[in-house]
Ligand binder design. Structure first.
Ligand SMILES: Nc1ncnc2[nH]cnc12
Ligand SMILES: [Zn+2]
Length: 330
């Protein structure tokens, strides 16, 4: 299984670049930028990564992102992630970044986008990894702040393919951002949103009906509503599922209880992703392995999951076909 997972060509569609900041790089950047971290050693950092909920993670994740100051910092974190992608046979990535996490600290939007984009361009040339960039609005902030971020992003529209919605879900439903996403759609951004991670299935319906998402990030609570599951199957709306994240943040009680393979067998277009790999103990291959080890997955199902990752991407139909056939021939 491990061997098959390693050699499968894969796409990653749910990855927060700030969540790929490994403790070693966090310490190096903190030292360079003269920032005091609430930890003395890497061991202490790792011990702090003991989460009980999404919010308990987000508090630590936003604090970690404080070490990212200059364009080269954003380049370094992105480049480190791409090197891991190369090592794990990830051929295409669609990565999230949270501009407000940085602009609220006085870091220019331009610094963030340019650092990430330069690494993505180098990744395409030197590693052969294609990529798209998706900016997320922080849903715990206001509609007005999201509109301001949308406005700022327009200068960099050639570098940003889409918009998403992340951060604290419960209490901040998609409806809060209906008007912002309508404006995003108008300017041609592709739309995705985190929904049904901790929030109930109504958050998924709202993301579909009010925000017009092309895919749902997480979406694991869809199975509370049989009509919704039928709808996802009929419309082939993809779910970007993050198994290790769901267990670490206690959205599911254990990997054996995870519904990803049940959903796959019903015909839902599910994909496997790493979310915030530096915090949750694994990149994409470790997520595939955790699912394979706990849920009796066949080799054909693993291949289907990898094919789904390309089908659910924003690549062209011809590129999707190319990758799915490549996997079929393995
Ligand atoms: N799993 C997650 N859910 C919501 N917001 C996030 N930001 C980073 N990771 C996230
Ligand atoms: Zn996420």
């Amino acid at each position: 299984m491990k061997e098959l997972i390693a050699k499968l060509p894969k796409a990653e569609l749910h990855l927060h670049i700030e969540g790929s900041l490994e403790p070693e790089l966090m310490f190096a950047l903190a030292q360079k930028n003269n920032i005091t971290l609430p930890y003395k050693t890497i061991e202490e950092v790792k011990n702090a990564y003991n989460f009980t909920s999404l919010q308990s993670f987000l508090d630590i994740y936003y604090a970690g992102a404080n070490v990212l100051i200059t364009e080269s910092d954003f380049f370094d974190v992105t480049w480190a992630y791409l090197l891991t992608c190369k090592a794990q046979n990830v051929l295409h990535v669609e990565i999230f970044f949270d501009p407000q996490t940085h602009t609220s600290r006085g870091i220019a939007f331009e610094t963030v986008v340019n650092g990430i984009t330069k690494a993505l361009q180098k990744g395409e040339i030197e590693l052969g990894i294609s990529s798209f960039l998706i900016m997320c609005f922080l849903r715990h902030l206001s509609e007005e702040e999201a509109f301001k971020t949308l406005q700022e992003s327009l200068l960099f529209k050639d570098k940003i393919l889409g918009v998403g919605l992340d951060s604290s879900e419960v209490g901040h439903p998609p409806s809060k951002f209906e008007r912002v996403f309508a404006a995003c759609e108008n300017v041609g951004y592709k739309i995705v949103a985190h929904a049904g991670e901790e929030g109930d299935s109504s958050y998924i319906w709202e993301a579909i009906n009010l925000l017009h998402v092309k895919r749902i990030d997480h979406g694991i609570r869809c199975d509370e509503d049989a009509t919704l599951v039928e709808f996802l199957i009929e419309k082939q709306i993809p779910l970007t599922v993050c198994p290790l994240s769901n267990v670490k943040l206690r959205a599911v009680s254990s990997m054996r209880e995870h519904n990803i393979i049940n959903l796959l067998r019903k015909g839902v277009l599910v994909t496997i992703n790493s979310d915030d790999p530096a915090y949750f103990g694994g990149y994409i291959n470790e997520n595939y392995e955790a699912v394979a080890n706990s849920l009796h997955v066949s080799q054909e199902e693993l291949k289907l999951l990898a094919q789904n990752s390309f089908k659910a991407s924003f690549l062209s139909e011809a590129q999707k076909q190319h990758f799915t056939q490549m996997i079929a021939l393995l």
